[in-house]
Ligand binder design. Sequence first.
Ligand SMILES: [Zn+2]
Length: 442
Amino acid sequence: MTQQIKKPADLLLTNGTLLTLSPGSEPIFQGALAIAEGRIAALGTKANVERLFGAAKTIDARGGLIMPGLVNAHNHAAMTCFRGMADDLPLMDWLTRYIFPVESKSDGDQVYWSTLLACAEMIRSGTTTFCDMYLFEDRVAQAAQEAGLRALVGEVLYDFPSPNYGPIEKGFEYTEGLINRWRGNPLIRIAVEPHALYTCSPVLLRRCKELADRHGLPMIIHVAETKSEVEEISKKYGKTSVNYMESLGLLSPSLIACHCVWLTEAEMDLLARRGVKVVHNPESNMKLASGVAPVPDLLARGVTVGLGTDGCASNNNLDLFQEMDSAAKLHKVHRLDPTVMPSEAVLEMATLGGAKVLGLEKEIGSLEVGKKADIIILDLNRPHLQPIYNIISHLVYSATGADVRDVIIDGKLIMQDRKLLTLDEATVLQKAQEWGQRILGR
Ligand SMILES: [Zn+2]
């Protein structure tokens, strides 16, 4: 009998339950997964995969759950430095009295270290891709790359001067610089990001759309976040937020609309017809009392919806497991109907749905041969996760980010046995305290 020659892999994940989340899939018990050159080379039963593949390194999942890394589809990562600084306030008060004044004194180093803090928190809670809007985004991209996280980032653009680039003209130059500098990077992609309809003129919005289209990039914006925004836009332009965007020609499949809390039925139809992607941020919407986004209605119309934490000053954490739990329960209590937003729909928003929102569904969001190896392993041998009848129910209603034991991004081991391998966590925490003191001094 001849010995079969095994194919080489860089990393083998074995001895766990595989939840691939590919359409129509069932969990694979006693599963394994082989990774080569950053991509998933094979997956299936442990016996089959181990028969075919030999790897330089093996991770024993020890009966845990092997699943796709989570996608945080809307974040302002560097706002970790404002965590808990100003709570229990309405959005406009919170923004104009607290956030904008301290942000106006921000600098690149503050953004860099605060983003590393966010990356540490995201890795520890199973997020492998995040979408970011903030200032000094070149430093955000640098931090994400050093942490080994996948990210879609863009510099926030608005009518007033920015502490980073100054006047808006320089903002467009800065964005073009980001596009050129990060082109072809395996982890970092760039988007064009006007802040919101109430902070950007129609001229600015059209220019953003033109720039995004010219480079084939997504455009990301906050839309219909609060009732007062929609009232202000209606007063100024004679149209509600989404209708106003339609009149400017901004609605398209490459538009990522964050929040979408206050929509008319006709606007929901319009979002569906134009293929606009939506990001739901339930905890931020709850904390700022912005309202409840009509996510079940959007999903029923076939709109692609992802899940985001928003900045952690309005959340106040970046744990997507908690966000899933909130998303499921918010809609149930709001509709007085426990059948809306089942756990499968919520988990999809945090994985493949988020990947589709960011235009990355061919690369990430599910475990499939040929896709990028962005994978997390959860320890299931924990009191709050036993017994198991339905693993997806546990992920949405019982698990927390702290159950994530190992994280792999782009085929690289980023966290093993809860130890961060890409970041010096002690230094990141020390810097967070130092920046906290400095911000307090302002
Ligand atoms: Zn936001």
